[in-house]
Design a binder for this molecule. Structure first.
Ligand code: ADP
Ligand code: MG
Length: 637
């Protein structure tokens, strides 16, 4: 691994890094200028770290050095330098930070980026493989760095980005704290070593860096903290630019929330809701949180406690005067002031969304489409439950298509007078739900039902239990005795004749017979109040849980058994009436057995529990055969 030159050693890059370098250098189509953005942002991170350390009284080398970034260039030599007075690196830090560490998800990132088409510069930034991007333009890079820790030496790191790097120890006590990166540009990229070019790249990508950036002697960026400016001073373009700077998003944000709160606790917040949900490949899960500043000092990048996880789509910055500068990140969560800020930020976001839902319905629908799924996870936030519930949206039976959305409030406003409950049903699609037998009574009474398509919808809505004064129930948990008394809205079809008293008794016996046929498979066979068009349906004996929730729990527990159900039959259905006739003629007719088993398995199939279709298919074929005999005889063919 290492050659034995005095004070110099050669190291191999870790395999993943080699692969990454290879892609960056050879096959990646991207905006090459972003290498500068990445190096400047590393310099800024290093400066943030020094400032952070000095606020807690750590001893710091060259502590009076101004915190700044200086960019120099030499056109003739095709060189660029980027120097910062940041935290610097020890030898061990160079090896781990620059040569070894490949973050979790790197190999996935490599796979994705090598397949990605078009401009990939935002991916590079979002994933933070920043430093290596320098090799898109450099044939050789030298890093000279000195740690802020006293007694550390200066080191030089040199690499051509091919497979290895060298580290030398520099014996020069005059080197000041910080890091300087010297880039030897490739022949093809030499035009980067030019003043105007460098200035414009800095202005474009690094304008909001909180430390002065000089190109030669001139300061090029705007160091003002936008979040501390009065709202009236900030132009929409500035918000957009800052958002892009912060998130590496190419798009503008969907919304901007800029708040300055003075009482009871002072803080400024500049928050953004992105247009698109940003879990860009599903593996960058930790890429969320707000940047927490205390009096303009960055205390924590991507703090994950300022907002609850269900609002993690929100990006931005929070800055407070009231937190102590030397607060430790570890104890933030126990700090009373921090917690007050966090709950205030949370309610600001929720109120903002409530306004949007009220005044900008289309925009809210856009928001819901992108971020609704994560927002629904807010069922654990009991403090804000009411506000959260008001922001939920679902499809419902009254909508014209699957895309339309209804709030709980809208549902309550237009529900039937006598209706005391709010109903929902979970299914795979609008079409599937529309033909669910459980809904027949709701349709006939004109009662609106929320249509849910994702298990998380049911977990969210059922976690509420109640909205305003109304219990929230799955259609299979509804109190049918009340619904039954409500007026029908659908014109009744030719009402089937009422059964005679005598036939009622026979029907009871038929139901006992059905139970006998099905045996242990059902707990009970009983008459249904909910069916209008279907002959039979299965319901849960345990009314404390909906059938769909029971299914979700079973899937989570990897339980494949078929739960015990009650079979409900529709006394007025023509099939049941015929069955009654057959039963009266011969109570042991095999046809009854076939039909009852078939009704049970068809219902199981609808509930999603039928595992082996063989028996069912065999029986259907037999019944089809019988009905074809009948059909040919009727048709006289
Ligand atoms: P990231 O910035 O996302 O961590 P990079 O590849 O850009 O990834 O940088 C890798 C690491 O190298 C940084 O996390 C930091 O520890 C170190 N580093 C890079 N540039 C500097 C610098 N100018 N000063 C101090 N450390 C640096
Ligand atoms: Mg970086």
């Amino acid at each position: 691994m290492s050659s034995d030159v005095k004070n110099a050693s050669t190291f191999e890059f870790k395999a993943e890094i080699k692969q990454l370098l290879d892609i960056l250098v050879h096959s990646l189509y991207t905006n090459k200028e972003i290498f500068l953005r990445e190096l400047v942002s590393n310099a800024s991170d290093a400066l943030d770290k020094v400032r952070f350390e000095s606020t807690r009284g750590t001893e710091i080398l060259d502590k009076d050095l101004p915190l700044e970034i200086r960019i120099g260039f030499n056109e003739k030599k095709k060189q660029i330098t980027i120097a910062d007075t940041g935290i610097g690196m020890t030898k061990e830090e160079i090896i781990t930070n620059i040569g070894t560490i490949a973050k979790s998800g790197t190999s996935e990132f490599i796979k994705q980026i090598s397949q990605a088409k078009g401009d990939t510069s935002n991916l590079i930034g979002k994933f933070g493989v920043g430093f290596y991007s320098v090799f898109m333009v450099a044939e050789k890079v030298e890093i000279t760095t000195r740690s802020f820790k006293k007694d550390e030496k200066t080191y030089k790191w040199i690499s051509d980005g091919l497979g290895s790097y060298e580290i030398q120890e520099i014996e020069d006590d005059k080197v000041k704290r910080g890091t300087e990166i010297l880039i030897h540009l490739k022949e093809d990229e030499k035009e980067f070593a030019e003043k105007y070019r460098l200035e414009s790249i800095v202005k474009k990508h690094s304008n909001f860096i909180q430390f002065p950036i000089f190109v030669e002697k001139e300061k090029v960026n705007n160091v003002a903290a936008l979040w501390r400016e009065p709202k009236s001073n900030v132009k929409p373009e500035q918000y957009n630019e800052f958002y892009k700077f912060l998130t590496y998003d190419n798009d503008e944000p969907l919304s901007v929330i800029h708040k300055s709160v003075d009482a009871p606790i002072q803080f400024n917040a500049l928050l953004f809701i992105p247009k698109k949900y940003n879990d860009f490949f599903g593996y960058n899960r930790e890429n969320y949180g707000l940047d927490l500043y205390v009096r303009r000092v960055l205390i924590q990048h991507q703090n994950k406690d300022l907002l609850p996880e269900y609002l993690s789509f929100v990006k931005g910055v929070v800055d407070s005067e009231d937190l102590p500068l030397n607060i430790s990140r570890e104890t933030l969560q126990e700090n009373v002031i921090f917690n007050k800020i966090s709950s205030s930020v949370t309610s600001q976001v929720l109120s903002f969304l409530a306004d949007m839902a009220k005044n900008e319905k289309e925009k809210y629908a856009e928001f819901w489409k992108e971020h609704g799924k994560i927002f629904k996870l807010g069922y654990m936030d009991f403090t804000n439950q009411e506000k959260w519930a008001d922001l939920l949206r679902f499809n419902s039976s009254t909508c014209n298509d699957e895309k339309e959305l209804v709030s709980l409030q809208e549902y309550v406003d237009r529900k039937k007078d006598k209706q005391k409950e709010i109903y929902y049903v979970l299914g795979n699609s609008r079409q599937a739900i529309n033909s669910d037998p459980h809904l027949e009574i709701f349709k006939s009474k004109g009662i609106e039902v929320f249509y849910l398509y994702d298990p998380i919808d049911e977990i969210a809505i059922s976690s509420l239990n109640k909205y305003k004064d109304f219990d929230i129930k799955s259609v299979d948990q509804a109190d049918l005795s009340k619904i039954e008394k409500m007026d029908d809205v659908v014109e009744k079809k030719d009402e089937s004749e009422k059964l005679t008293k005598d036939d009622e008794k026979h029907f009871d016996s038929l139901m006992s017979k059905m139970k006998e046929i099905l045996g242990e498979k059902v707990k009970e066979v009983r008459e249904s109040k909910r069916l209008k068009d279907s002959p039979a349906v299965l319901v849960n004996p345990d009314n404390s849980m909906s059938g769909s929730m029971q299914k979700i729990m079973q899937i989570m527990n990897k339980d494949q058994s078929i739960p015990e159900k009650i079979m409900e039959v529709n006394k007025n259905h023509p099939l049941m009436r015929n069955l009654l006739k057959i039963f009266k003629a011969d109570s042991n007719d095999n046809y009854i057995t076939d039909v009852v088993k078939q009704l049970y398995e068809s219902a199981l199939l609808l509930e999603g529990y039928l595992q082996d279709p063989h028996e069912l298919v065999g029986r259907i074929n037999k019944l089809l055969n019988q009905s074809s005999d009948w059909y040919t005889s009727v048709k006289k063919i």
